[in-house]
Design a protein around this ligand. Structure first.
Ligand code: NDP
Length: 450
């Protein structure tokens, strides 16, 4: 591998040894883009990679709020404005108790290349808090969001940094966050956040976008393999926002999601997780934060397995991990490879550990696609929401969906082309990393040394 790339990986491994997720994603991305560095000695001279692995800005702040019993609670908030070379910073907010600096940095770094890949002018960011909405009342969540935004509002704006949702941050939280932003600014700047409700500037199809986009991407992969989506059996981990969108679009296009899971167990529904009744049930279940996935099995008469995961099930054609980071380790990867499934599409951010990914890549019969491409439809439609807000327009669902579909095809095509251009063959992982990297690198290079 290129010695400059090795040097920068070693620098990150040593300097940020305790930030495991961040080190993992830097290693994965930089290894893929080594051929681009070989072809661009000027990037080495400008020390571009060392600059790129440091966020432009990363700050943490105190978020104090009062619970329903009147007790004062203190949490930590973060915003990581990783790279603004190609547009205003853009990336979600995650509220979960395991949020820390490493998680913020890995997500911000990934987001930089993902946003570039969409072809839209958006930089990369991520933020959040170690606050966990599970078990909190609506009033507690509102007070937390108001305090969070009071600390953050000076540092964001429609042309500066545009946060959105992620794990633990859905429409309800975005509403509270926007309300407080508007109250503090005295201005209807709704382009400051995406994932908003339709009544104050949200975009149709945004809630579904990540899952829909993943299925559109999958469709491109299947076409390449001269295969079809109709009749395919899919296993999706999670039953959150992303998993729900996948289920909806998969059913519309003739495939069946048979498995879904939560952190405590999984469902196997031979009939397919489809239709308004089941999908509405899942939406409500997730919103309730009860984690009671078994209630789905009780209601719809299917199998629930407590305390286990479904990786390696033999009745699956396509695996789509869509829950959280590092959900597939080496052991799970071995089971997936042995199951005979041909397709493995990452949907959640970094669902596969480095060693599990290396193992899967060695299985020549398997097609593997990376999350930064597969899940990019979410942020892509967020950027469409920003355009609609800027122009004070509301596009129809059909129009947004059509643009999403085109965007996913564009992302897929760009990835295939980039890998081929560097002589790597059909490599969707390297291709996505290279295509995302090229634009950011060139923009940084042209903007001078800082
Ligand atoms: P949600 O919070 O809506 O859902 C997460 C789901 O994952 C829940 O159903 C949760 O179940 C489940 N889960 C958590 N841990 C595990 C585990 N170890 N095994 C199985 N299931 C688990 O999140 P989203 O759907 O919004 O996001 C999922 C992933 O997709 C994240 O990585 C996110 O960063 C990424 N993403 C999301 C986008 C979006 O538009 N929402 C855009 C791009 C990426 P339980 O309640 O039982 O814990």
């Amino acid at each position: 591998m290129n010695s400059y790339v090795e040097q920068v990986i070693a620098y990150v491994e040593e300097k940020y040894a305790e930030q495991k997720e961040f080190v993992q994603t830097v290693r994965e991305v930089l290894t893929s883009i080594a051929p681009v560095i070989d072809a661009h000695p000027e990037y080495v001279k400008a020390d571009l990679l060392k600059r790129m692995v440091e966020p432009e800005r990363l700050f943490r702040f105190r978020v104090v709020w009062t619970d329903d019993e009147g007790n004062v609670q203190t949490n930590v908030g973060y915003r990581c404005q990783f790279n603004g070379a190609i547009g205003p910073y853009k990336g979600g907010l995650r509220f979960k108790n395991n949020v820390n600096e490493s998680v913020m940095k890995f997500l911000g770094f990934e987001q930089t290349f993902k946003n570039s890949l969409t072809g839209l002018p958006i930089g990369g960011a991520k933020g959040g808090s170690d606050f966990d909405p599970a078990g909190k009342s609506d009033e507690e969540i509102m007070r937390f969001c108001q305090s969070f935004m009071t600390a953050l509002y000076r540092y964001i704006g429609p042309d500066i940094d545009v946060p959105a949702g992620d794990i633990g941050v859905g429409g309800r939280e975005i509403g509270f966050l926007y309300g407080q932003y508007r109250r503090l600014k005295g201005d209807f700047e709704n382009g400051v956040l995406t994932g908003k409700g339709l009544s104050y500037g949200g975009s149709l199809i945004r809630p579904e976008a990540t899952g829909y986009g993943a299925i559109y991407y999958l469709d491109q992969v299947l076409k390449h393999e001269k295969d079809v989506l109709v009749g395919k059996r899919i296993a999706v981990s999670g039953y959150g926002n992303v998993a729900w969108g996948i289920m909806k679009k998969a059913a519309q296009m003739g495939a069946k999601v048979i498995y879904m899971s939560g952190s405590r167990g999984y469902i196997r529904d031979e009939e397919g997780i489809a239709g308004d009744e089941k999908l509405d049930f899942i939406l409500k279940l997730r919103e309730s934060n009860s984690k009671d996935l078994k209630s789905y099995a009780d209601r719809f008469g299917c199998e629930y397995v407590e305390g286990k995961t479904f990786w390696g099930a033999k009745d699956v054609d396509i695996y789509m991990p869509s829950a959280t980071q590092n959900e597939v380790g080496l052991e799970e990867a071995k089971k997936i490879a042995a199951s005979g499934a041909k397709y493995y599409l990452e949907v959640s951010n970094m669902p596969t550990t480095n060693e599990a990914l290396a193992y899967l890549k060695n299985q020549k019969q398997m097609i593997i696609a990376p999350s930064k491409a597969v899940n990019a439809g979410g942020v892509g439609v967020s950027a469409l929401e920003m355009s609609q807000n800027a122009e004070r327009l509301s596009w129809t669902a059909e129009e947004v969906d059509m643009r999403l579909k085109e965007m996913m095809k564009g992302i897929y095509d760009k990835s295939v082309e980039a890998a081929e251009r560097y002589g790597l063959g059909y490599d969707l992982i390297a291709g996505a990393n290279i295509a995302g990297f090229e634009k950011v690198a060139q923009a940084m290079y042209e903007q001078g040394v800082f």
